[in-house]
Design a protein around this ligand. Sequence first.
Ligand code: NAP
Length: 273
Amino acid sequence: MSSATHQTLQRTHRVLILGGTSEASQLAARLSERSDLIVISSLAGRVEKPALPAGLIRTGGFGGVPGLIEYLLKQSIDVVIDATHPFATKISCNAEMACKQTKTLLIAFERPTWRPQQGDDWVEVPDVESAALLVDKPRNRVFLSVGRQELNRFSECGNAWFLIRTIDKPTVPLPQSSKLILSRGPFRLHDERLLLQQEAITHIVSKNSGGEATYAKIEAARELGIEVVLVDRPVIPRTTVCTHLDKVYLRLDELLAGHPAWKVEPTEDTTRL
Ligand code: NAP
């Protein structure tokens, strides 16, 4: 039997990774090495030159829940892995709904939140608007690293000075008094410390994204006694979420083996694995 014929006889499962995060790229790199899987990563297309994950890639929105349902069916997707950013609520909710309606299996991954440590000076706020209200005071020098999409919440700020860091150039008006730097993580503690000192930063505004790639600014703030205004994560209603990549691999294998442990009864609270 030729190897081509042998390949066509092998049962492959089609996995869609909803990506755009470093963990999604790690998943794609590991899973695309497996001969029993065809891995497609989906990117929102927000970043001009994204770091491309291994395996197949598609880019851009699906067109809401109906578009995602159509895609899952047309592409015969067996498993969806939602490894999107913890603040990307819309795509995660869409994935929950589309997978439910099409009976496609879904594994959700969400990295743990950052937790305050001794020496941290944090103010936790529910949203970016509250953060803008809190920091826009005369003499404040604010390091803003909330990404591009919610920068417009700071456009009207006229009291504080802002150091704004984004990957691509923002398209919204920046605060009256501000400086822009374009840079992509991961960021190192030494560089973050230097930046905060050089710009005499008094406050940092950040989302509680979790993960290591952008944590250095939080560590540097702790060392320098800088207040961090941390935006809480939105709640994504879902039954089960994996908080470590190892659990994702385990769940996937259980699922592919038809393991009964896969069948989790829905509860009101999210089960964190
Ligand atoms: P979102 O609000 O959940 O998604 C908005 C729409 O974008 C979705 O409805 C979907 O369009 C499309 N979309 C999002 N992710 C997609 C994916 N992986 N593949 C295909 N389509 C996708 O998410 P967001 O607009 O990307 O981001 C929301 C917030 O999350 C941002 O404010 C940002 O702070 C944060 N975020 C951070 C990072 C990061 O690495 N720092 C990355 C992403 C997001 P359709 O409805 O048309 O399918």
